[in-house]
Design a binder for this molecule. Structure first.
Ligand SMILES: *Cc1c(COP(=O)(O)O)cnc(C)c1O
Length: 445
């Protein structure tokens, strides 16, 4: 591309494209990307940006990974898409078999969909269908405060109420949101609220993001408390849904967060990293009991759910190639290396910024940057932080004042250190030990 002919991409984009969560003020920080390689995204004007958030938590092995692009190319010469209501094919069946072999033994069946939100919708609808088919209908769901399960109506309903859902509140079904059990004191109130909810009304299912709540700001809680919650839910007959859309495929150090709990869920939602983050695909896995209850001849009990692109062969082939990479010793070593680097950086922060809250679990690191106004997704600091990191050629998308790193596993040590250095630089500014580089008005905007 000729650098002397500035592209019109950004202005053409502004005229005709609407971006996710996009506000007008976000457009000025939009990156015109030509290609990617490893953990880097390259812009039209020749910048190499470190993708420190795996392009919204999806990318596992880097951009344009040859093993994945070859798997897609090879599959595309055979079959890309065949109506899954009438057909089946090798990639979809093999992927189901391989996923089930990695998941808890009680999971015996895979339902395909398109993305994380649809994987959650399928889990919620299967839970309701299960009660409809088996027993007296149950329609009550429990979730955690701060939950994020997607942007469709069912997924929004079981999520925290806030700016994401305010305009739609009247049409969302009501759920019991239990206090988030992040602190020891909150663990007790969470369990007490859980007991009260279970006494109140028959519960169809409890849905959680296991161990790490993503959109709430990478908030973490102990596997022991999750086990205790499940132990109390089970005697009431309620189902348990683990939304592993973010935590799945190695983010927490283990392949899945459910490997860290003793009690296993009845339904698991997967997406994001499933294809290595290259193509969209959603998966909901279920126990044999749910499959038996919902796979019937009775039209009043049939699970009438499907999407045009269910079981897309390209996505499945890509997911199989990604699994090969994920299960390789090199990838396991890379995840351990990232975990160690995060832990060392956390040690540095705790020594030098003892009042700054920070945490990590596996390859996920989060730091709450100092601020003076109450926090939330639309935090004024967010804009400032995003631009500061971009000025260091690092793509981080803070959640409010929480800066988190969730890198592709192929990220190099040198790239990780550049991310940490940039975070240190901005922390020094916000702690008053270095001057502001951008106008103060952006903090209070
Ligand atoms: C991202 C996410 C979703 C929604 O997935 P989409 O693919 O964006 O629809 C659901 N649950 C969790 C935990 C997520 O992180």
């Amino acid at each position: 591309m000729a650098l002397d002919a500035p592209s019109q991409l950004l202005s053409r984009d502004y005229t005709s494209v609407w971006h996710p969560y996009g506000r007008d003020s976000d457009h000025e920080a939009l990156l015109p990307i030509t290609h990617g390689a490893g953990a880097l995204l390259f812009t039209e004007d020749g910048r190499a940006i470190i993708d420190a958030i795996s392009s919204w938590w999806v990318n596992l092995h880097g951009h344009a990974h040859p093993a994945l692009t070859e798997a897609i190319a090879r599959q595309s010469t055979l079959l890309s898409q065949a109506i899954f209501g009438s057909c089946t094919h090798e990639p979809a069946v093999t992927l189901a078999e391989r996923l089930l072999a990695l998941l808890p033994a009680n999971h015996q069946c895979v339902f395909y969909s398109d993305d994380g939100s649809t994987a959650v919708e399928v889990a919620l609808k299967l839970a309701m269908q299960y009660w409809h088919n088996n027993h007296t209908p149950r329609t009550r769901f429990l979730a955690l405060e701060g939950a994020y399960h997607g942007d469709t109506f069912g997924a929004m309903s079981v999520s925290e109420r806030g700016v994401f859902t305010n305009s739609f509140g009247e049409l969302l079904f009501s759920v019991d949101l239990l206090p988030f059990p992040g602190e020891p004191s909150a663990e007790d109130s969470c369990l007490a609220a859980l007991d009260a909810a279970l006494r109140n009304e028959p519960v169809a299912a409890l849905i959680v993001e296991p161990l790490v709540q993503g959109a709430a700001g990478m908030r973490m809680y102990r596997p022991e408390i999750l086990d205790e919650m499940i132990a109390r839910v089970r005697p009431a007959g309620a189902l348990v849904i683990f939304d592993e859309v973010m935590t799945g495929f190695g983010r927490t150090g283990h392949l899945f967060a459910c490997q860290q709990t003793l009690h296993q869920p009845d339904l698991i939602c997967l997406s994001k990293g499933i294809t290595g983050g290259i193509l969209p695909l959603g998966v909901t896995t279920m126990t044999g009991a749910i499959r038996e209850a919902c796979r019937t001849e009775d039209p009043n009990k049939t699970f009438f759910h499907g999407h045009s692109f269910t079981g897309n062969a390209l996505s499945c082939a890509c997911a199989l190639a990604s699994l090969d990479l994920l299960l390789s010793p090199a990838c396991t070593a890379a995840r351990e290396r990232i975990t160690e680097r995060h832990a060392a950086f956390l040690g540095y922060l705790r020594r030098n910024y003892p009042t700054v809250a920070s945490r990590h679990h596996g390859t996920i690191l989060a730091v709450d940057f100092p601020h003076e106004v109450p926090t939330g997704y639309i935090h004024p600091l967010r804009h400032y932080l995003l631009r500061e990191f971009l000025s260091d050629d690092i793509l981080l998308r803070p959640l409010g004042n929480t800066v988190y790193v969730i890198p592709p596993y192929c990220i190099t040590d040198e790239q990780l250190y550049r991310i940490y250095e940039s975070m240190k630089r901005v922390l020094a500014i916000l702690s008053g030990s270095a001057p502001f580089t951008l106008a103060n008005k952006q903090i209070s905007a």
